[in-house]
Design a binder for this molecule. Structure first.
Ligand code: EPU
Length: 334
């Protein structure tokens, strides 16, 4: 038995699994889990942050088909929107803009589903999903009970939540509640955003949410490969955060190194480190480094998971040797 997973991972790796189930409601999920009869299972989203290293996953893959959104609370300035984990994040953001509910515009065009955004705290252009998440509904696997987990308990930080930490494997996310604003204020902290709005001839003080969404889509399209055309999982590694002392030493050696102060240290762009290690645009077998964004590893056609994994490890070694920094994947290896 082998079910093909090529269409379920944006890298386009031709892996397989034993079987694949999509459920449309919490009740269907509750009925499904006991039927798995101790088989190994794995829950995925849109597969936009996954690398199937092995050609076959000897188990069952689950996917949420819980769709739709509803307004569950409202004040003069905010709305709370509960949305199904299987909803596509980008389609959801587009619908919120139409409704006049704002905040998530900078996350436009990120491939992936709502449930995964709450796991990984997806972020781009100065916004993180966790900033807007009020609570997460999930099925506790051991008890089959639906529980509500509050924002503060999820411990959101850069590309992290407890769903990746202490809660790994404990819950299956079914719905996520976002608190959005009724008044639009653009977040312009990433310099490429005001720059693109200026190129579009849109003054910053009159920019609308649709303008911001367009600017973000333009920026992403210029730098990041379209997964429908070139297989990738977006940023492959997380940007490392080093101590101020390490950053100071590195800046003495590499005065042009970009760096950003963070609450817990200094963030250094992994894309810059990889480019300096001379990997930008290079490849190993059918796996390559994107010529426009060194943080993105790509499937040049027919790449195996092992080829991508081998390229990633080689880059890690070279960056470690040149800068003394170990890069950690953002992508989950399976
Ligand atoms: N840079 C290079 N060479 C490169 C790429 C980047 O030198 O080939 C340097 C440049 O100095 C640039 C800096 O890195 O100014 C930052 O680059 P960019 O703004 O493109 O962002 P990033 O740090 O490479 C992160 C996220 C992206 C997100 C962008 C924009 C991570 C792991 N990645 O990338 O998220 O879209 O910021 O906010 O934090 C993703 O997670 O899949 C993703 C695409």
């Amino acid at each position: 038995m082998a079910y093909p997973l090529t269409a379920h991972n944006t890298f386009g790796i031709a892996a397989t699994c034993n079987s694949f189930f999509e459920y449309a409601s919490v009740e269907e999920l509750q009925a499904l889990l006991p039927q798995l009869n101790q088989q190994r299972w794995l829950h995925i989203g849109a597969g936009s942050n996954l690398l199937f290293v092995h050609p076959h996953f000897d188990g069952v893959i689950l996917h949420s088909g819980i769709k739709g959104w509803e307004k569950i609370n409202e004040t003069d300035t905010t709305v709370d929107i509960r949305v199904g984990a299987g909803e596509e994040m980008d389609a959801f953001i587009a619908q919120m803009i139409v409704q006049g509910y704002y905040g998530l515009e900078n996350l436009s065009h990120i491939p992936g589903e709502v449930g995964a955004s709450a796991v990984q705290n997806v972020g781009a252009y100065g916004v993180e999903a966790g900033d807007f998440i009020v609570s997460v509904e999930a099925l506790e696997v051991a008890t089959q009970q639906v529980v509500t987990l509050q924002h503060d308990d999820c411990h959101y930080s850069y590309r992290f939540s407890e769903f990746k930490g202490n809660w790994r494997g404990k819950y299956i996310i079914t719905k996520v509640t976002f608190r959005l604003k009724k008044t639009f204020t653009p977040i312009l902290s990433h310099k490429s955003v005001p720059q693109r709005l200026a190129e579009l001839g849109i003054p910053l003080d009159t920019a609308r949410a649709t303008d911001l969404r367009k600017a973000i889509i333009d920026i992403r399209s210029a730098k990041l490969p379209d997964p429908k055309v070139i297989g990738s999982a977006g940023s492959f590694f997380m940007n490392p955060i080093v101590t101020p002392e390490v950053a100071k030493d590195l800046l003495e050696q590499f005065p042009n190194m970009p760096h950003y102060a963070m609450p817990n240290g200094v963030k250094i762009p992994a894309g810059w480190l990889i480019e300096q290690a001379e990997w930008k645009g290079k490849s190993l077998g059918n796996a390559g480094v994107h010529p426009q964004q060194a943080l993105v590893l790509i499937n040049k056609g027919g790449a195996t998971g092992e080829e991508v994994s081998h390229l990633a490890h080689t880059i890690q070694q070279d960056v470690k040797q040149k800068f003394g920094i170990m890069l950690h994947p953002e992508v989950m290896f399976l």
